[in-house]
Design a protein around this ligand. Structure first.
Ligand code: M6R
Length: 594
């Protein structure tokens, strides 16, 4: 949901570094791009609507003078994606430039006031009030830092803001509230950025900025002040992600690279067993109910968690959509453990729910991004070890979330058999990846389909939901996941000649029942792709196409393995339709607005 970068370099021009850094955040928004630098009497600005490569080919974005500047990639909230609405935005005198991620809720009232005072606005954005407010306070005699402090006293909403001014040309000031912003401390370069990948090439030294703190970058270093204007001596964390982790390394897209990293992501996540055990030991005698809260793919991981915790540990468990949480949280109490699943740790809906749950219950966040807001708000944290995920569609972070949930549930239930099974999952995934071409071939057949259905029972039902979501997200083909037994209660009316139905059929007690559902849709003309196990002759004989998986993967651990061919299917259908799976239209990696 928009990415921002700001930097001051000791020796070099900032624009090439800003272009390189903001390109690493394109997964956060790809409607438009802009860069501004400050020199002497000028704000040097280039911006335009479109993906970075397109706008760069036209404008040569790196060709701007000055060793300090700001950059932005946009995911439009207010105003269509156009040059005029793209960031950076300027004040009236073209003396101050601002980039912003988030939403200013009271911008209309502020705009009205400023217009009465004679300010003229050019764009439809909420952001444009910020440079005008800064201008007003600078005109009253404030320096840029104080002007920013006064501005954040007025604006309401979620924001990460970075600003530059021609009056203080070697300086970037920045702040945040409910939107991520990290500070990078290099040897000859200082940064603010929405996320790590932007700065990994230059530094691994990070400072996490808390809400209301203001950071000032200059050629001499970094100063951070709290809301009372006290200078803070903040800890510098060293993050162990490498720049290569955020590069394609020979793959055509991040998505397929990240699908291939799922074995190692699970292995690394399962290696956190001691940390998970400590949390389980601390809370297990003190809870009688569990509630998962999440959005999107993380919600699907949570559904698997419900089956696991209820079946293995016998603890009543519910799953709530974070955006619906406030309408149904009333029965939480201090015996409830509320588990928040979020790869980014910055999803606004999830964070709002986390704040509420903290008031009554124990809270645990399962998060991929270290230092993100969820890790700082939750009482307990499990960090998944997927490494940076750049593709907008969650793949390796999803299986890592599942790995953490399985570990948690197995330890809670003291289920040694499940713990042993989990250790073999990376090998099973590798076997699936070795047969990638089989799915690639099948994907050609389906690339012009208009609708897809995915069916599964029990542990395979969330797989069906997640398979359908991946398809929708990156191929723009309509896909629905259904509990296999539910299909005949209505949706079967939609089944027609040639409609693809993906049936998820791991070995287990319910295999026969799902086979009957498969036959029901076939009888109405469906074209069935069965995802099952080697030796499943019934499936092999009946389905039009099959993809087979190691028969040791039973229905309980199926969610960790059976999702992989479905991710690959969506990927290759998207490629066959000439779409960019890394940057699906209308989506952003991290949704920081409610
Ligand atoms: O960062 P989070 O896990 O909180 O994100 C939640 C959803 O926005 C996310 O899973 C979304 O559904 C992705 N586009 C899935 O591919």
């Amino acid at each position: 949901m928009c990415g921002i970068v700001g930097c001051v370099l000791k020796d070099d021009d900032a624009a090439p570094v800003l272009l390189d850094s903001i390109s690493k955040l394109e997964y956060r928004g790809y409607d438009s791009i802009g860069i501004a630098t400050a020199t002497g009497n000028t704000i040097n600005l280039k911006k335009g609507a479109g993906k970075i490569a397109e706008v760069d080919a036209e404008l040569d974005l790196a060709d701007l003078p000055g060793n300090c500047g700001i950059a932005h990639v946009r995911w439009a909230t207010h105003g269509d994606p156009s040059e005029i609405n793209s960031h950076p935005h300027l004040d009236e005198n073209n003396a101050i430039a601002v980039v912003h991620n988030g939403i200013i809720e009271n911008y209309l009232a502020i705009k009205e006031e400023l217009e009465k005072e004679g300010h003229e606005f050019k764009s439809d954005t909420d952001t444009e009030v910020i440079p005008h407010l800064l201008e007003k306070f600078v005109d009253e005699g404030c320096d840029l830092e104080l002007a920013l402090r006064k501005t954040i006293d007025i604006i309401h909403g979620a924001y990460a803001i970075a600003a530059i001014s021609i009056k203080e040309p070697n300086k970037v000031v920045a702040t945040r509230k409910d939107s991520p912003l990290i500070v990078g401390v290099g040897e000859k370069e200082y940064f603010v950025a929405s996320d790590f990948p932007a700065i990994l090439k230059y530094t691994n030294n990070i400072i996490y900025l808390e809400e209301g703190e203001i950071v000032t970058l200059t050629g001499d270093g970094i100063t951070i002040k709290d809301s009372e204007d006290n200078i803070l001596d903040k800890e510098v964390d060293v993050i162990d992600w490498s720049p290569e982790m955020a590069q394609k390394e020979g793959y055509d897209h991040f998505m397929i690279k990240e699908i291939h990293e799922q074995d190692i992501a699970i292995k690394n996540t399962l290696a956190e067993r001691e940390i998970v055990k400590k949390i389980v030991d601390e809370i297990k005698d003190d809870i009688n109910r569990v509630a998962f809260v999440a959005c999107g793919t993380s919600y699907h991981a949570s559904l698997t968690g419900k089956y696991l915790i209820e079946t293995l540990a016998g603890i009543p468990t519910e799953v709530l959509l974070a955006s619906e949480f406030k309408y149904s949280q009333k029965s939480l109490n201090d015996k409830t453990l509320v588990i928040f699943i979020t790869q980014s740790g910055e999803t606004a809906d999830t964070l709002k729910a986390l704040d509420v749950a903290n008031e009554t219950s124990k809270t645990l966040a399962i998060v991929n991004v270290a230092g993100s807001s969820a890790t700082r708000k939750a009482q307990y944290v499990i960090q998944t070890q997927a490494g940076p995920e750049i593709g907008v569609a969650a793949t390796k972070t999803y299986v890592s979330q599942l790995a953490s949930i399985y570990l948690f549930a197995a330890l809670l239930a003291d289920n040694k058999e499940l713990l042993e099974k989990l250790d073999k999952v990376p090998d099973y995934i590798n076997e699936v990846l070795e047969n990638e071409d089989k799915i690639k071939d099948i994907s050609r057949k389906y690339r012009f389909a208009r609708d897809f259905f995915y069916i599964g029972r029990g542990y395979s039902y969330p797989i069906a939901l997640e398979g359908a979501l991946k398809l929708k997200e990156i191929t723009y083909i309509h896909g629905e996941g259904y509990a296999a037994g539910e299909l005949k209660h209505g949706p079967i009316a939609l089944i027609d000649d040639g409609i693809p139905v993906v049936a998820i059929l791991p070995p287990g007690d319910d295999h026969k029942k799902t086979m009957s559902n498969l036959e029901e849709v076939q009888a109405r003309g469906a074209d069935v792709l069965g995802i099952g196990s080697y030796g499943d002759e019934d499936l092999i004989t009946k389905a039009q196409d099959t993809f087979l998986i190691n028969s040791e993967v039973d229905d309980i651990i199926a969610p960790l393995v059976y999702i992989v061919p479905l991710q690959i299917l969506s990927y290759y259908v998207a490629v066959a339709r000439d779409l960019d799976p890394d940057k699906p239209k209308n989506l952003a990696k991290c949704v920081t607005v409610e």
